[in-house]
Design a protein around this ligand. Structure first.
Ligand SMILES: [Fe+2]
Ligand SMILES: [Fe+2]
Length: 194
């Protein structure tokens, strides 16, 4: 139980980290040459982040994993408070980035720096967030949670798909993820234009 739950959480963190790197790579390429196809890839990445980590991954953490850890490791409560607050802020932050991207695309180069600054702040914020979860919360969970609690965490993360959509959302996200991987610059993606 523990092993499988941790594997899913680590995998999702890796996917998010890959998206952050892809964003920076596409942003660098866009800075050199604004290209409609790259704006499209950047929009796909922001959609992925908005749809998957913001609405599913973080929600499972704040609603299932963190309360279980908090109950048995009160010393980590201040860190969990911080991470919960960051989960709440994340959705607004990604919407802000989407707006700044649209402004750059539609209004031109005068809005480029603003987007680049927002992106830099956002990815730093996210890297720090993931690092805190990996270095403090998951080790605390390993220390304090029992098998029954890991079973709850595993059930939550295995049911990580939105049941309201008509088709298998895993396949939906997989397609979006593939599109990004195919079009983003190396080393994250396979897009040759980088
Ligand atoms: Fe998180
Ligand atoms: Fe996380």
């Amino acid at each position: 139980m523990q092993h499988e739950a941790l594997r899913i959480i680590h995998d999702e963190h890796h996917a998010i980290t890959a998206m952050l790197s892809a964003m920076r790579g596409v942003a660098a390429r866009l800075s050199r040459q604004p290209d409609p196809q790259d704006f499209d890839v950047m929009r796909a990445i922001l959609l992925y982040i908005d749809e998957f980590p913001e609405r599913l991954h973080h929600v499972k953490e704040s609603e299932v994993l963190f309360p279980l850890v908090r109950a048995k490791a009160p010393e980590i409560a201040p860190m969990l408070d911080r991470l919960d607050a960051e989960h709440l802020r994340g959705e607004t932050a990604v919407r802000g980035l989407e707006h700044d991207l649209l402004a750059w695309e539609q209004l031109g180069d005068s809005r480029r720096l603003r987007f680049m600054d927002s992106l830099e702040r956002y990815s730093q914020f996210y890297v720090d967030h993931l690092r805190a979860e990996e270095s403090e919360v998951l080790p605390a969970a390993v220390r304090v949670l029992d098998e029954a609690e890991w079973a709850q965490v595993l059930a939550a993360f295995q049911a990580n798909r939105d049941p309201l959509t008509g088709e298998q959302p895993e396949a939906e996200y997989e397609r979006l993820f593939r599109k990004i991987v195919n079009d983003a610059p190396s080393p994250i993606g396979l897009g040759a234009r980088g």
